[in-house]
Design a protein around this ligand. Structure first.
Ligand SMILES: Cc1ncc(COP(=O)(O)O)c(C=O)c1O
Length: 412
């Protein structure tokens, strides 16, 4: 495909980034490698079309084929997640969440969600985000001792604050979520429920984690994390909310959907319906649990003591390293990670006390426990030798050797 790009500067940058993705190991929990078929769909003439509206009701002509593409993505998402209604147009996770707020709330309404520095997301009401500026978000926290959500405390807060909406589903929480518990609390206080399964959608689709879609009012997810699709998002909801949600996405928030991305979403959802995707999801979790165990054996402290999903948060205070220092050292060793706050972090978010790791991407490359063991060793070596550029470069070479043996799915 790249031989059609004549712009040498862009071509060089694409080649460099493609090589980086082969030579380095992606441990950022929110990333993955989309399949060649998903990437190919993005670079098709579907990108040329305008399709404001919904299948059968467009504001532009020439959409009968796009209608079929969008309906296919919708039907596959319904089947995969057992959803009553699906909107596949959200351009990304944050606008999907904003659309839900616009659909269900009036400005100033109270919403209960997890604090950002306890594992929540910016679009769950951070004051700098449009969500936090328009609505009155009140935040629950994880228990600082155990790292787990405390459902009794959340119930108490819900009764005190009487939110119109309760948001669950997180960016940095490694434990199975008590969706039923959230649902029951919402019933008790008369709140809507929103599950943001952006991180774990692939593990839910692969039947490794509990699926909130059948009983939550609304569920949003990005399509590009564990679900392994293109950048974008979908919203699933019960039929009774379908009209509100659809109107909030268009014309409420967005203009035309990105039809090439819709086709790529349809392909990714089709891939997630394959039996092999269950094996993938299972291995993602097995790899994460194995990595957590190996790191704990090497003396690292994992928030909540382990993981039930694809990610873990490492509390680096015992090592006396900040998250940013660790991220930089690991990058020099060819390991991509992201710094993270830990619950109750005394340090600022730009240079917090923790680091978040995830196994969704390396598992797509075919990594199993044997390779994960190497990662754990390199991780420890890199942090211990963080001031020694020679050692970091030597690790980077070993990382690249393994990376080239098990490259990401190749498109270019
Ligand atoms: C829980 C959660 N929701 C929403 C998003 C936002 O997705 P996007 O970056 O596509 O706006 C993320 C992204 O990291 C996320 O973790």
């Amino acid at each position: 495909m790249t031989n059609t790009i004549k712009d040498q500067t862009v071509l060089r940058l694409i080649a460099e980034e493609s090589k980086r993705q082969i030579d380095e190991l992606e441990l950022i929990a929110s990333e993955n490698y989309a399949s060649p078929a998903v990437l190919a769909a993005l670079a098709t003439p579907l990108a040329n079309k305008y399709s404001e509206g919904y299948p059968g009701k467009r504001y532009y002509g020439g959409n009968h084929i796009i209608d079929e593409v969008e309906n296919l993505a919708i039907e596959r998402a319904k089947q995969l997640f057992k959803a009553e209604h699906v909107n596949v147009q959200p351009l990304s996770g944050s606008p999907a969440n904003l659309a839900v707020y616009l659909a269900l709330l009036q400005p100033g309404d109270t919403v209960l969600s997890l604090r950002l520095d306890h594992g929540g997301h910016l679009s769950h009401g951070h004051p700098m985000n449009i969500s936090g500026r328009l609505f009155n978000f009140v935040h629950y926290e994880v228990d600082p001792q155990t790292g787990y959500l405390d459902m009794d405390q959340i119930r108490k807060q819900a009764k005190e604050t009487k939110p119109k909406l309760i948001v669950a589903g997180f960016s940095a929480y490694s434990r199975e979520i008590d969706w039923v518990g959230f649902h029951n609390i919402a019933l008790e206080v008369g709140a809507y429920t929103l599950a943001d399964i952006s991180h774990t959608a692939g593990l839910i689709a692969g039947e490794q984690l509990i699926n909130p879609v059948p009983f939550f009012d609304v569920v949003t997810t990005t399509t590009h994390k564990t679900l392994r699709g293109p950048r974008g998002a979908i919203i699933m909801c019960q039929t009774k909310l379908a009209k509100k949600i659809d109107q909030a996405v268009f014309p409420g928030l967005q203009g035309g959907p990105h039809d090439n991305v819709t086709a790529a979403k349809a392909i990714a959802l089709g891939e997630a319906l394959e039996p092999s995707f269950k094996e993938y999801a299972h291995q993602v979790i097995a790899n994460a649990q194995f990595l957590a165990k190996k790191l704990q054996a090497a003396g690292y402290s994992i928030v909540s003591g382990g993981t039930d999903n694809h990610l873990m948060i490492i509390d680096l205070r015992p090592q006396n390293i900040t998250g940013r220092e660790a991220e930089l050292a690991l990058e020099k060793a060819g390991l991509s990670t992201s710094r993270s706050t830990i619950p109750g972090d005394p340090r600022p978010p730009f240079n917090p006390s923790g680091l978040r790791l995830g196994t969704a991407a390396v598992t797509t490359r075919g990594f199993k426990e044997k390779e994960i063991e190497h990662i754990a060793i390199w991780f420890d070596q890199a942090l211990k030798s963080r001031d020694n550029n020679q050692t970091l470069a030597a690790i980077k070479q070993q990382v690249a050797d393994l990376g080239r043996r098990l490259p990401p799915p190749q498109y270019y």
